[in-house]
Design a protein around this ligand. Structure first.
Ligand SMILES: C[S@@+](CC[C@H](N)C(=O)[O-])C[C@H]1O[C@@H](n2cnc3c(N)ncnc32)[C@H](O)[C@@H]1O
Length: 350
C-alpha cells in the first residue's frame, strides 16, 4: 500500500481521528524546502511555467498565511500543498514520499493554474481538501469522499494495515462488522486485509452508505462487503455473530462541537456529535455488542481524545489501549468475555 499525502504530527489529533498510514514509518511529507528564489515572480496565478518544487513553495506559503486548520488527512500547510501540487500534476498523492525526486519536474501552465486555483478555493471555502478533490487517502488507499461523509482519518486504519490486531485474534476473522462505516474505508481495509472474511458495514446515514457503495465497487468487494442501514444494532440481524467488530463512532462532546474550526463544519454533524460527554453512541454500541459477538471475539473502538470520558462512563470495563504512531490512547481493544461480564448478553448494564 502506498502512503497518503503527508504525515500529521503527534498532538494534532482532530475530532474523528487523523488520517495516516500504517506503513508511514518510511513515509514522510515533502522533505526540506525549496530554495529561496525557486518561486517565480508573480507566483502561480501568473501562469508562468514552474517546477513542482516552486509551486509547492508558493502554495505552502499561501496556505500557511491563511490560518487554516489541518486535520483532515494532512497536518500542515506543507503536506497539504504537496497534495495540491501533485494532484494538479496528475501524480497520485502517494508519491509525496518521493517528493524530493519530483521537485524539479516542470508543471504545465494549466497545471500550475490548477494548483493555484485549488489553493484559492481551499482558503476561500475552508473546505477540507478531500472534499475539493473528492478523494482521501487512508493506509495508502484512495477513497472517494464528498460532503455526504466525514473525511476518513481513523487510527484504526493503521492497526488494520500494520497487522496489529492479529495478536488479539485466535484466527483470521470470518465475520467482521464495521459499525458506523461512513465512507466504508475501514470495512474496505478489513476486507482487503482478510480476503476470506465477510464484512458487514453499518451506518444510519443513507448518504454515507451511498459513498460507501462507491468505495465498495472501486475495490470490487460487492460479493463480500454488505452495507446495512441501521441505527446502530437495530437492523443488524439478531442471529449475526462477529469475530471482529470495528467502530469509529461519533464521539465529539457537546462543548467541543461548539468550537470546531470551520473545516469541520463541512462534515456531517451526525458523524461527529457524541452528546454531552461524547459517549452517547458508545453507550448504545456497547450495550448491544455482546449479543453479536462470537466466542473469543474482539471489538476495536476509537474514541480519539476521549479516553477519560470513556473511563468515567465505563469504570469497570477492562479496555486495552493500543498505541498508534500519532496517538497513544485513541483506540482500545475490548474482549468478548469482559463485555459479556460488564453488559450481559441482553445489554442490560451500562
Ligand atoms: C466518525 S464517523 C466514522 C466513519 C468511518 N468509519 C471512518 O472512520 O471514517 C461516524 C459515522 O457514524 C455514523 N452514525 C451516526 N449515528 C449513527 C447511528 N445511530 N447508527 C449508525 N451509524 C451512525 C455517521 O453517519 C458516520 O458515518
Amino acid at each position: 500500500m502506498s502512503p497518503p499525502p503527508g504525515r500529521p504530527k503527534a498532538g494534532d489529533t482532530p475530532p474523528g481521528g487523523v488520517a495516516r498510514s500504517a506503513g508511514e514509518s518510511d513515509m514522510s511529507p515533502p522533505p526540506g524546502r525549496p530554495k529561496a528564489g525557486d518561486t517565480p515572480p508573480g507566483g502561480l496565478a501568473g501562469g508562468a511555467a514552474v517546477t513542482i518544487g516552486a509551486a509547492w513553495d508558493a502554495v505552502s506559503r499561501d496556505l500557511r498565511s491563511a490560518g487554516l486548520d489541518f486535520g483532515h488527512g494532512c497536518a500542515s500547510a506543507e503536506d497539504e500543498a504537496a497534495w495540491i501540487v501533485l494532484h494538479a500534476a496528475g501524480i497520485p498523492a502517494s508519491a509525496a514520499a518521493d517528493f524530493d525526486a519530483l521537485r524539479g519536474h516542470a508543471l504545465t501552465t494549466g497545471q500550475a493554474q490548477q494548483a493555484a486555483e485549488l489553493a484559492r478555493q481551499r482558503i476561500a471555502t475552508r473546505k477540507p481538501l478531500a472534499y475539493l478533490l473528492h478523494e482521501a487517502w487512508l493506509a495508502g488507499l484512495r477513497f472517494h469522499v464528498d460532503e455526504r461523509v466525514i473525511v476518513p482519518r481513523s487510527f484504526i486504519a493503521e492497526l488494520l494495515d500494520g497487522g496489529d490486531l492479529d495478536v488479539w485474534l485466535a484466527a483470521a476473522p470470518e465475520h467482521v462488522l464495521d459499525m458506523c462505516t461512513g465512507s466504508g474505508c475501514l470495512a474496505v481495509l478489513a476486507a482487503l486485509v482478510w480476503p476470506h472474511a465477510r464484512v458487514d458495514a453499518v451506518d444510519l446515514s443513507p448518504d454515507a452508505l451511498a459513498v460507501a457503495a462507491i468505495n465498495r465497487e472501486a475495490y470490487d468487494l460487492q460479493q463480500r462487503l454488505q452495507l446495512i442501514r441501521s441505527d446502530l444494532w437495530e437492523s443488524v440481524p439478531t442471529a449475526m455473530r462477529y469475530d471482529l467488530v470495528l467502530c469509529n463512532p461519533p464521539y465529539v462532546p457537546e462543548a467541543s462541537m461548539r468550537s470546531l474550526p470551520p473545516e469541520y463544519l463541512h462534515e456531517p454533524g451526525m458523524a461527529l456529535a457524541g452528546g454531552p460527554d461524547g459517549m452517547d453512541l458508545v453507550r448504545r454500541f456497547l450495550r448491544g455488542l455482546p449479543a453479536h459477538l462470537s466466542p473469543g471475539a474482539v471489538a476495536v473502538l476509537e474514541v480519539g481524545n476521549e479516553r477519560a470520558a470513556f473511563e468515567t462512563a465505563f469504570p469497570r470495563l477492562p479496555a486495552v489501549w493500543l498505541e498508534t504512531e500519532l496517538h497513544a490512547e485513541a483506540v482500545c481493544v475490548l474482549l468478548e468475555q469482559d463485555l459479556r461480564e460488564a453488559f450481559g448478553d441482553e445489554g442490560s448494564a451500562g
